[in-house]
Design a protein around this ligand. Sequence first.
Ligand code: UD1
Length: 432
Amino acid sequence: MDKMAIKGGFTLNGSVATSGAKNSALPILFSTLLAEGEHQFSNVPRLKDIDSTAELLRSLGCEAYWKNSKENSGPNEFVVKVEKLKSLEAHYDLVRKMRASILCLGPMLAKYGEAVVSLPGGCAIGTRPIDLHLDAMKALGAEIELKDGYVIARVPQASKRLKGANVLFEKTTVGGTENLMMAATLAEGVTTIENAAKEPEIVDLARYLNSMGAKVTGYGTSVIRIEGVAKLAASKYEILPDRIEAGTLLIAGAITGGDVTVEKCNPHDLDALVTKLRESGFKIDLGANSMRVHPNTKFVAVDITTAPHPLFPTDLQAQFMALMSVAEGTSVISETVFENRFMHVTELMRLGADITPKTQVAVVRGKPMHQGKFLTGAPVMATDLRASASLVLAGLVAHGETVVNRIYHLDRGYEQLEVKLQKLGAQIQRAN
Ligand code: UD1
């Protein structure tokens, strides 16, 4: 199993470009199930989760492959060729690898009037139920049965078409909004989603759906309107840059007191992070597609509360906590999106971070270098994707060597993170 060895204490400097957004690519790849033909994508990140999605699409009868087959090279172009599916069943073996697999439910139900999808089960960052996805499908007229660990869904009407409806999500859900948006594109009539998620990835999915001929409006706001159409056609699309990766790289610059420019990103998508970094004392320049953090070794603690977009993203909470663990003062970090997303806390504490975790709140007493305090390298264990990133960030400033084990979590969501950090001057090596 791969691990990452990091020698701390090297200041990062230079420019680095972000890859395509994982959380945008996944729903968009599943949306291909809505339309036969050849779907062509560029800026798709080469990640484990993309491989898992491709495997699932293939199991349903699609062809899914990189245009440039040589691994980790080429322009990251990905093709999905869809014909009439040979199976409408997403197996447990594939779904358990990646919770986002539930996103095949809406498209299959909308196009074929039936779908069988394994329940994704719990995961490291909380129970993460799919009740809101299922309620949304029911609102569109689907009958849902849970049997032997599977969701068995069907449209009872002879037409096999879902029916547009008004759906109010009682909790903002990114995946739920995506599943419903996809299902509604081929439904009869109009669907309105209230309290819809507003994440940039929702906007990206809506744009791809519209390029296939769907009629989606209001995306990026809390009310999305979808006018159902009879048919969609395969299209071509460039995946938006990964804001979470961009944010992680910016924090990498900040935590080491470096001068780092993150290129190929949409700074506006990271307003909440930039606001907090500035509050902490960092000078940040924003370009049209770039962000630069200036050196600062005396930044101060600030509080954050995670919440749906455009507020502070839960997917950057762990990385920001690593930064706060070496800030001057005490920071209160509140996690409101997931009920159990502090697994990185005990690992950061192994590096010497002074953190008191409570239920969904962590109090971080910073250990700034200029006060003669510091973190110390140690072997640590990655528990989930963003937790892994926070341990890598802490390792960049910890004295001595930090070894992050179980790095496969990191590979699920970051394209060659160590290569990008090395380019900036980090002493980080992947080892077996
Ligand atoms: C997506 C992102 C993930 C990010 C999260 C929140 C992808 C592939 N993943 O996950 O990286 O951390 O958004 O920004 O895009 N919930 C329910 N019932 C449901 C669905 C969700 O109770 O049916 C709850 C969840 O447990 C959680 C909250 O709603 O507490 C938000 O979850 P959701 O926005 O759905 O997250 P994901 O789409 O799973």
